[in-house]
Write a protein that binds this ligand. Structure first.
Ligand code: ATP
Ligand code: MG
Length: 393
């Protein structure tokens, strides 16, 4: 006996009235996207649930893994679908289902029946009672509990029969596409892929921007960021990754500005460029992997100084997280191994020995005036040479 369909459950909190179909359509689209690499499936939507049916052979593990990455899904129920719903066949299949799904049958259960096919010779309560009796005969250690059973054994009769009881947890969240688009500042580190994942989980499309500084940062460092974007896109759907050549701007800052302010000034230019790209690409907010106090450039004062150049909201979903908490998520979403590959990123090359930890915005602004002669030209050059690649799972 094999599972040949899945029932997808989703939480309905926050999806009221008119917006509900937007939520459901986005969820259907994201499920199709996630499964497009696994096999051929048909999807049907009905009464607050989605049925996914396999058209051909498929890999069960791969399918479940793919569905576990679709935001908006609260639970995935593997289903055994049967063609012959005559009573004898149904009873036999339900018994086989129980022995297939449960190694240990020491549990309490209740049979739940839905009968969409009203021509079926027995009515729902009778089917439930009779199937219950068949199961008790076949598995003497089973017990019925109609109030608080360990297992709800669901049987649905339509043109086909559907048997299911197991629930695999989904990722929760909102389907991507229900909440606009944001621009993720994606570096090669541990934090920013996690930040992108978390905002995407709330239904937000992602674009990403990476600042690289050849020859100070290598081609491999860039490839690592492309790979991180690909890993995030397994959840978020396709990402347009904008790669900005930041070398000349960084060199100019290095040559003209006080070295203890390098990182802050550099980060302010990153934010300015990211905001420009966001506007140009229809994104309404920025996302960073910053967390208060993690490094000198993320003290409260530094965050204020960095934020000062932005008009858009900047989402910092990791702001209150400890490093270990971020690492735990990155391991769970499978970005950690790639994030810790030892390729330098552009921030580590030009770091000062003693960066300011309490930058004063007015002083920083004054230091930036030292770039006046060159910055417009350098910005223009950086913005006109952006390489954009579409990254997907
Ligand atoms: P991460 O682990 O994400 O690299 P980090 O702890 O190294 O973060 P910083 O280098 O201070 O932190 O960067 C803070 C945030 O700024 C990053 O999380 C990321 O959003 C953004 N950022 C830093 N460097 C780059 C870069 N080269 N390209 C794009 N975004 C960057
Ligand atoms: Mg970094």
């Amino acid at each position: 006996m094999e599972y040949n369909a899945f029932l997808i459950k989703y939480a309905e909190i926050g999806i009221k009235g008119k917006n509900r179909y937007l939520f459901e359509d986005a969820l259907m689209r994201q499920i199709k996207y996630a499964l497009s690499h696994v096999g051929k499936f048909t999807l049907t939507k009905e009464q607050g649930r989605i049925f996914v049916e396999a058209v051909n052979d498929f890999d069960y593990e791969d399918t479940v893994e793919a569905l576990k990455r679709v935001f908006g899904i609260s639970a995935i129920c593997p289903v055994v679908m049967i063609d012959d719903c005559s009573w004898d066949s149904l009873a036999a299949n339900v018994k086989e289902y129980v022995s297939h799904a449960y190694e240990n049958t020491h549990f309490t259960f209740k049979v739940m029946v839905r009968r969409a096919d009203k021509s079926y010779p027995k009515k729902s309560p009778e089917i439930a009672a009779d199937l219950g009796a068949e199961l008790l005969d076949a598995f003497p250690e089973l017990k019925v509990d109609v109030h608080n059973p360990d297992v709800y054994l669901n049987v649905e009769l339509r043109t086909k029969g559907y048997i299911y009881s197991l629930e695999i947890s989904g990722p929760g969240g909102m389907p991507v596409g229900t909440n606009g688009k944001a621009m993720l500042l994606l570096s090669g580190g541990i934090d920013s892929p996690v930040a992108g994942y978390m905002i995407s989980k709330r239904g937000v499309y992602l674009d990403a921007v990476y600042f690289h500084a050849p020859p100070y940062t290598s081609e491999r460092a860039k490839e690592k960021v492309v790979e991180l974007a690909r890993l995030v896109s397994k959840y978020s759907g396709p990402i347009h990754l904008h790669i900005v050549n930041f070398t000349d701007i960084q060199m100019a800052i290095y040559e003209k500005c006080p070295h203890d302010e390098l990182t802050i000034i550099m980060r302010r230019y990153m934010m300015r460029i990211a905001e420009y790209l966001a506007e140009k690409n229809g994104a309404q907010a920025l996302i960073t992997g910053e967390s208060i106090g993690q490094v000198a450039s993320q003290t409260m004062h530094s965050l204020v100084a960095t934020n000062e150049v932005c008009n858009m909201p900047v989402f910092r979903p990791l702001i209150g997280f400890d490093k270990q908490e971020i690492v735990d998520i990155s391991e769970r979403i499978n970005t950690y191994e790639t994030s810790i590959l030892p390729y330098e990123d552009c921030c580590t090359i030009f770091v000062a020995k003693h960066p300011v930890t309490k930058p004063n915005v007015n002083i920083i602004k004054k230091s930036e005036t030292k770039l006046n002669d060159v910055i417009d030209e350098l910005m223009k050059k950086a913005l006109s040479s952006i390489e954009t690649i579409r990254v997907e799972q």
